[in-house]
Write a protein that binds this ligand. Structure first.
Ligand code: NAP
Length: 545
């Protein structure tokens, strides 16, 4: 395809992609294929995004490698060998570096380039991106591949700065690693990250104190390496694997964090199960057996019954009854993103592990020597914060993004809640594409499958604009409102809106963030169908000119 020289007026680039994670790398490749002048601006000194920063002990994907990987290039599929079923952080980081080199992307990535502000210039229909170091870049289009779990949520605990030991953040974990040997360690947080890190840190640390504010539902799924020849067998079947993935509701048809939820729907209800049947379920399948019932996702009474049974299953693993009782959640199952673990509950039988149940007394402050709570003080050498993210909107909200008529994205999302059309564009911000913005399937799906669809749709859109000689595309307010209403209607009355669920799914984990369910739960196939239909309908709901 010929370069789009001239189409961007005075802008240096046709497209600037912000972020060199999974989404940004594919986006750069896609727009370069279209012959557009493009680059990535990346804050870090390396590719990987979330998978570069989140290198804490035990960091691992909860979706199978053959599905948590790009499907767009058969060459990449055939040249890359996965060694583990559920890939660890190091292997995913290596994969993304392989893809970067295989597609020769590095020459168009500006590392150490931290975008601080993006401003739309209406007369020229271009964006100016200003970096923290004072550089400026201009482009007709921006693709914000800034990640949905990329902005760390640093808790506001009094005295954090006074701690004299080592303070680590799972989402900004030291590149050189960290040796917990001989250390008294506090881990704060029991989401996917804390649950994954706990068993690994416990093996090294002299003593581990796990500070739990909300107990987690977590389902064991031990990672394993592929048997000899096993991966090669899968590699030969990629077309079949990808086809199944493509038609799967969550963009992953094999083992993954959501498998249990999908399996549960197929099973008989807990409400009519006899006591013997309930006990047989946990006898056979442990904690999973407690949760996998056909009615738990739709009936709160059934959900509560499953939680009680879950507690019984935990008590069969965790020897200390007080600890076992503390590990039982008090929010409904499945209203937060599912977690899978490797030996989490067994870890509490170790003599060097203490669960600090913050429901019995909250953290008061971090002190120079540890953590002071309403139930006592804990002296530690190291604190590992696994406290989550300002998800989906956080990365863009924390930049200064100024659209048409001087509208500020952060203010728009703060006042009205995080809205967007399809999760791809926000009204008032022409020519700015978001990958997996609010209202897209990202949260409740395989991110990689979801982002591939986004990148391909955006690529087709850019090709269309160029072919028609258009300079600008912007979501209309009315289409955005309709989409938000549609996405909200899908979760109406569901467990996802339970008031006791404070989660990154609904923004309730971030102080001051408007509580809105941030995903699209109609499934990727239906979402794709709608996006395709909108494009075929001349980009209905967008103003193009
Ligand atoms: P998260 O699910 O938001 O969990 C954060 C944890 O920190 C929660 O337990 C939270 O408690 C706690 N917390 C926050 N502030 C606190 C405070 N001031 N005091 C005490 N506790 C505090 O974050 P995450 O574990 O990083 O996981 C986020 C998402 O990343 C996951 O849902 C998943 O999508 C992805 N992820 C995936 C994997 C994987 O593939 N296996 C691994 C890691 C992460 P409350 O619940 O009470 O707020």
């Amino acid at each position: 395809m010929p370069a789009a020289t001239g189409s961007s007026g005075t802008a240096e680039h046709d497209v600037i992609v912000v972020g060199a994670g999974f989404s940004g790398l594919y986006a750069l490749h896609k727009v370069r294929e279209l012959g557009l002048r493009a680059c990535i601006l990346e804050r870090a000194d390396a590719v990987g995004g979330t998978w570069l920063y989140n290198r804490y002990p035990g960091a691992r994907c909860d979706i199978e490698s053959v599905e948590y990987s790009y499907s767009f290039s058969d060459e990449i599929q055939q040249e890359w060998t996965w060694t583990e079923v559920l890939p660890g952080q190091a292997e995913i980081e290596a994969y993304l570096n392989f893809v970067t080199d295989r597609l020769d992307l590095r020459r168009d990535i500006h590392f150490h380039t931290d975008v601080a502000a993006m401003t739309f210039d209406e007369p020229t229909s271009t964006w100016q991106l200003d970096t923290a170091a004072g550089e400026s870049f201009t482009a007709r289009f921006v693709i914000a591949a800034t990640g949905i779990l990329s902005t760390p949520l640093v808790p506001d605990i009094a005295g954090m700065g006074s701690f004299a030991g080592d303070a680590l953040f799972s989402s900004r974990y030291p590149r050189e690693g960290y040796d917990f040997t001989g250390k008294r360690v506090a881990v704060i947080g029991t989401g996917s990250t804390g649950v994954q890190a706990t068993p690994v840190v416990a093996e090294q640390a002299e003593h581990l104190y796990l500070f739990q504010r909300s107990a987690a539902y977590t389902m064991p799924a031990s990672p394993r390496a592929y048997e000899p020849g096993e991966f090669e067998g899968l590699q030969a079947r990629y077309p079949e694997i990808r086809a199944a993935q493509h038609s799967s509701f969550i963009g992953a048809a094999r083992l993954n964090a959501f498998s249990a939820l999908l399996q549960a729907m197929e099973r008989p209800p807990i409400k009519t199960a006899t006591r013997e049947e309930q006990l047989a379920a946990i006898e056979e399948r442990g904690v999973n057996g407690a949760l996998l019932w056909g009615d738990v996702l739709f009936d709160m009474e059934a959900n509560r019954m499953a939680t009680v049974l879950y507690g019984e299953a935990i008590a069969r693993i965790v020897e200390d009854p007080v600890t076992a009782a503390s590990l039982v959640p008090d929010h409904p199952f499945a209203c937060k993103r599912p977690i899978i673990d490797d030996g989490y509950y067994e870890t509490f039988n170790r003599p060097n592990v203490t669960l600090v149940d913050l429901r019995k007394g909250a953290i008061r402050s971090v002190t120079p020597t540890g953590i002071d709570t309403e139930q006592g003080a804990y002296e530690v050498d190291t604190i590992l914060y696994a406290t989550g993210f300002d998800a989906i909107t956080g990365a863009l909200s924390r930049l200064r993004v100024i659209g048409r008529d001087g509208i500020d994205l952060h203010e728009t999302w703060t006042a009205g809640g995080p809205a967007s059309y399809l999760g791809i564009q926000v009204a008032g911000f022409p020519n700015l594409f978001t990958i997996q913005g609010p209202g897209s399937p990202s949260a409740s799906s395989n991110f990689v499958a979801a982002l591939e669809q986004h990148v391909e749709w955006i690529g087709d859109c850019l090709a269309h604009l160029r072919a028609q000689g258009y300079r600008s595309i912007e979501a209309t307010e009315s289409a955005q409102m309709e989409w938000a209403d549609h996405a909200a209607s899908l979760v109406q009355g569901s467990i996802l809106l339970e008031p006791s669920c404070n989660s990154w799914y609904n923004g309730a984990n971030v102080p001051g963030k408007k509580r809105v369910y941030l995903g699209y739960t109609g499934g990727i196939p239906e979402y794709r169908r709608r996006c395709t239909e909108i494009a075929a309908d001349g980009y209905a709901g967008f103003k193009v000119c």
